[in-house]
Design a binder for this molecule. Structure first.
Ligand code: C2E
Ligand code: CA
Ligand code: CA
Ligand code: CA
Length: 283
């Protein structure tokens, strides 16, 4: 009867607005998709800007629905966060990423660390550190094989809890990056209290520069400020969304050494990553 009750939103309720109806359909489809293995991961290299060499990878989830085709994570991740489905999907993503690293290592592929995105809801879940450690242990990985990305807004929303969780992860040797940095207007005073390894300049600042940084003085100033902040606090700075050489060169000129973006590579399926790692291709 309980299962029945949970499904009652399938029935058409005339007064329910179309947007809500659509969200419920999407939520239901996500739950089925997990059972039917419709999710998979792709990996985007984070490169050393000057050489194009891959230093690490970011795992990104993909959903191929049998009728709708590819559904963007920008669409389903926020919904999964709201409905709590992320608490089922997130662990599956982490496990898949770790399992992939294990397979690469077993085949003698020279791996680089893989960063997994942890949503705010997952990060707040009690036992999150134990969950991560369990997956590492079960897949036989070292803490250094995995990195965690959490967004600035997630990190800053409950600062004391964030410090506790990150300190624990850090104590176990797991590196942490603050994602979408510069978008949450957080107090910089907090940043220095977080045991993080890197900050990622949000894509919006980089892509708004479009063709020429000179045309976007505010974005360029924010980027310079973030790079300076990283230097001062001893944090790595990773620029996201680099699509052209002007953006790359601007970043390099201002002392940013790492980045990711379509200029170097789109997110790739595991087989392509394996090929890249085996042939240590510069991108
Ligand atoms: P994000 O974590 O900030 O990921 C970066 C996004 O920028 C990815 O979009 C990536 O494909 C895209 N991107 C990378 N380089 C470029 C570029 O040069 N130009 C442009 N225009 N885009 C670029 P994607 O994969 O669609 O993911 C969107 C967002 O969905 C992610 O933003 C993240 O917030 C969320 N997401 C994706 N995968 C996962 C996941 O496995 N777990 C969680 N919790 N969230 C995820
Ligand atoms: Ca990310
Ligand atoms: Ca980001
Ligand atoms: Ca983002």
């Amino acid at each position: 009867a309980k299962a029945e009750g949970r499904r009652c939103y399938h029935f058409y309720i005339p007064e329910m607005d179309a947007a809500l109806q659509e969200r419920m359909e999407l939520d239901q489809a996500m739950r089925q998709a997990l059972e039917q293995n419709e999710f998979h991961l792709v990996y985007q290299p984070r490169v050393e800007l000057v050489t194009g060499r891959a230093l690490s990878l970011e795992a990104l989830v993909r959903w191929r629905h049998p009728q709708w085709g590819m559904v963007s994570p920008g669409r389903f991740i926020p919904l999964a966060e709201e409905t709590g489905f992320i608490l089922s999907l997130g662990p599956a993503i982490l496990r898949e990423a770790c399992e992939q690293i294990r397979v690469w290592k077993a085949r003698g592929v020279p791996t680089v660390p893989v960063a997994v995105n942890l949503s705010a809801r997952e990060f707040r879940e009690p036992g999150v550190v134990e969950r991560i450690l369990t997956v590492l242990a079960e897949t036989g990985l070292d803490a250094g094989d995995l990195e965690i990305e959490i967004t600035e807004s997630a990190a800053m929303s409950s600062i004391d809890q964030t410090i506790r969780t990150l300190t624990e992860l850090h104590g176990h040797g797991i590196r942490i990056s603050i994602d979408d940095f510069g978008t949450a207007y957080s107090s910089l005073n907090y940043l220095k209290r977080l045991p993080v390894h890197a900050i990622k300049i949000d894509r919006s600042f980089v892509s708004d520069m479009e063709q020429d940084p000179a045309n976007h003085p505010e974005d360029a100033a924010i980027i310079r400020a973030i790079i300076g902040l990283g230097e001062t606090l001893g944090l790595k700075v990773i620029a996201e969304g680099i699509e052209n050489t002007l953006q790359r060169d601007f970043l390099l000129d201002h002392g940013c050494v790492q980045g990711q973006g379509y200029l170097f590579s789109r997110p790739m399926p595991a087989e392509e990553v394996e090929h890249m790692l085996l042939h240590s291709k510069a991108l």
